[in-house]
Design a binder for this molecule. Structure first.
Ligand code: FNR
Length: 188
């Protein structure tokens, strides 16, 4: 069957390498996965004051996650942690209390950085947050992508064969993970 994947790009940069990575991942994904971006750039800053009346952007985010079989996070590391815009989106989706959108949702995390550690520390922060939100994360394989200029073309083609194979395998494992989680925890 086909699974719908909502994906977060954790960067608001117009030249984001993580957005390029997301394009590559969509191209390399196996049959049976469909992708919809979950936009984060138009969300106001979360406050509990909104809990009784979410603004349309935040309502749309929660609805889009509810309509997804799984979520994928493609994010940079900011100051060894989660970019604020992404954390804000997660906070919105996790609330109001008792209506956490990530509960039991299959999830995976990946990220790219020009630096050697390829978002490894930021991903640990993100994983801790997603654990608390009770998402069903793929724990392996992990993917820390060191991004050199030209690694991915404008339209998402990966120019390095080893990286393309690695990302293909990652997405294959993600599909298997989604299937396994949904077998036990079907989404209505
Ligand atoms: C960074 N960058 C960065 N890189 C890294 O490997 N570890 C880090 O902790 C940080 N911290 C950080 C903080 C802030 C505020 C910025 C703007 C940048 C560099 C970062 O990896 C680089 O800018 C990437 O290009 C960001 O990904 P996008 O936005 O291109 O997808």
């Amino acid at each position: 069957r086909t699974y719908s994947v909502g994906y977060f790009v954790g960067s608001l940069s117009s030249t984001s390498i993580n957005r390029q990575l997301s394009k590559a991942l969509i191209r390399l994904a196996p049959e049976g996965l469909e992708f919809t971006e979950l936009p984060i750039g138009n969300l106001p800053l979360y406050s509990p004051d909104f809990d009784s009346d979410y603004p349309p952007e935040a309502r749309a985010l929660k609805d889009a996650i509810a309509a997804s079989d799984a979520v994928l996070f493609v994010s940079p590391e900011y100051n060894r942690s989660i970019p604020g815009a992404l954390k804000n989106a997660i906070d919105w989706a996790s609330r109001p209390w008792g209506q956490n959108s990530f509960h039991h949702v299959p999830a995976a995390v990946i990220g790219a950085s020009p630096g050697q550690i390829g978002t490894a520390v930021g991903q640990q922060s993100l994983r801790a947050v997603l654990s608390f939100c009770n998402a069903r994360q793929m724990t392996a394989p992990e993917a820390y992508i060191m991004f050199r200029p030209g690694l991915v073309t404008e339209d998402g083609e990966v120019t390095d064969e080893t990286t393309a194979e690695f990302l293909t395998a990652f997405m294959g494992e993600f599909r298997d993970h989604v299937e396994r989680v949904l077998t036990v925890l079907p989404r209505s």
